[in-house]
Design a binder for this molecule. Structure first.
Ligand SMILES: Nc1ncnc2c1ncn2[C@@H]1O[C@H](COP(=O)(O)OP(=O)(O)O)[C@@H](O)[C@H]1O
Ligand SMILES: [Mg+2]
Length: 348
């Protein structure tokens, strides 16, 4: 049976892989070889190429029946982590394991609710797959204003509506064209939006993330110190499983989890506002929160008017402030402030 040294030697012939990036090699009696790599955030195609080459080099060795390669993300050491965004107090990622759970609806309404409370709020739409913030914030036709500052650096003026400053990936993507984004390119985009936008003085900068656990999450977590992340989920089992994965990723990236928001918790029929139907099951969010020891920031009901108002570009907290969903979102905003603003005097 092949030994560790032989395997390491075989791996050393891969030009894309540096020796210090090999974290561990395990050899099982069954002939299964496990290779654990620690790579910086890189282009997924490059990552796949490295995995394929590892397999190609190790598979032919004596006694080897199977090879699996696991990749961890190399985190920059604390002292290497760059500073925050000038004059922005709290950067908060709004994320979800699954798409379509209402992450953008929560991010937009939360931003407006915080602005209504008197905070200075920015919203960065980093969802490359579905940048819907401009639509939901009534700014579909807005575009970015690029100018140069005194040092000749390009700076971007965020769009502004309902008390919220906003920048979206949508402004850079041809509306009807799906675009293949590569890791390094995204990394650049996230940094540009963070540092070259004229956010000015902000209490909160919310970031609407793409669903899942990918390059944008890693890039954001490594670009700036985040106050924390909010994870949006529905009470449904599959969404919760994905949410757990997302939670684990943020924990690995050492980003504090501020709490879970359960969306579409129950259905409130427009003609019978006193009734509640648990369409996606009930209590999933609070159970997961309890199991993982993470606070549940709130439960937002499914209301037809929320979708309608989103489509019209008027967030529910403004369109129907007395509705059950708007009230629930305002409670989430309160809970979030309670969590991050030790300094309650922040509000003007
Ligand atoms: N609580 C809710 N009640 C009614 N419709 C909702 C609710 N939350 C989200 N939606 C609708 O569901 C769809 C997906 O929501 P969205 O916020 O875009 O999800 P995500 O950003 O997670 O993909 C949208 O059409 C939105 O209007
Ligand atoms: Mg979205």
């Amino acid at each position: 049976m092949t030994d560790r040294q032989t395997i390491l030697q075989a791996l050393s012939t891969i030009p894309l892989l540096k020796p210090h990036q090999i974290e561990d090699v395990t050899i099982k009696d069954t002939g299964t070889i496990g290779i654990i790599l620690s790579l910086p955030p890189i282009d997924p195609n490059l990552r796949d190429a490295i995995v394929q080459q590892c397999k190609a080099k190790v598979m032919p060795l004596e006694g080897v029946k199977d090879v699996w390669v696991k990749i961890g993300v190399a985190l920059p050491k604390a002292e290497e982590k760059p500073g925050g965004v000038a004059r922005v107090k709290h950067i908060i990622a709004v994320s979800s394991g699954k798409g379509g759970v209402g992450k953008t609806s929560v991010a937009v309404n939360l931003a407006v609710a915080l602005a209504e409370m008197g905070y200075q709020v920015g919203l960065m739409d980093a969802d490359i797959y579905g940048p819907n913030v401009p639509l939901m914030l009534g700014m579909q036709d807005a575009s970015l204003w690029v100018e140069r500052d005194e040092q000749g650096q390009e700076v971007v003026e965020p769009a502004f509506n309902y008390g919220v400053k906003m920048i979206s990936m949508a402004f850079l993507i041809d509306r009807d064209q799906p675009v293949m984004w590569r890791g390094p390119m995204l990394d650049g985009m996230v940094k540009k939006f963070l540092h070259q936008a004229k956010w000015g003085e902000l209490d909160f900068l919310l970031v609407d993330m793409p669903p899942g656990t990918g390059d944008v999450q890693i890039s954001l977590a490594q670009s700036v110190p985040l106050t924390g992340a909010i994870v949006v989920t529905t009470p449904q089992t599959v969404a919760l499983l994905d949410a757990r994965k997302g939670l684990r990723m943020f924990q690995n990236l050492r980003v504090p989890i501020l709490g879970i928001v359960e969306n579409m918790s129950y259905f409130v029929p427009p003609d019978l506002p006193d009734r509640q139907y648990d369409i996606f099951g009930s209590g999933g969010g609070s159970k997961t929160a309890q199991e993982l020891g993470i606070p549940l920031l709130g439960c937002i009901p499914l209301e037809m008017q929320l979708r309608e108002s989103s489509d019209k570009g008027v967030p529910m907290v403004l369109a129907q402030p007395q509705s059950a969903s708007a009230q629930a979102i305002k409670q989430v905003a309160q809970a979030l402030c309670g969590k991050v603003c030790a300094d309650r005097e922040m509000a003007k």
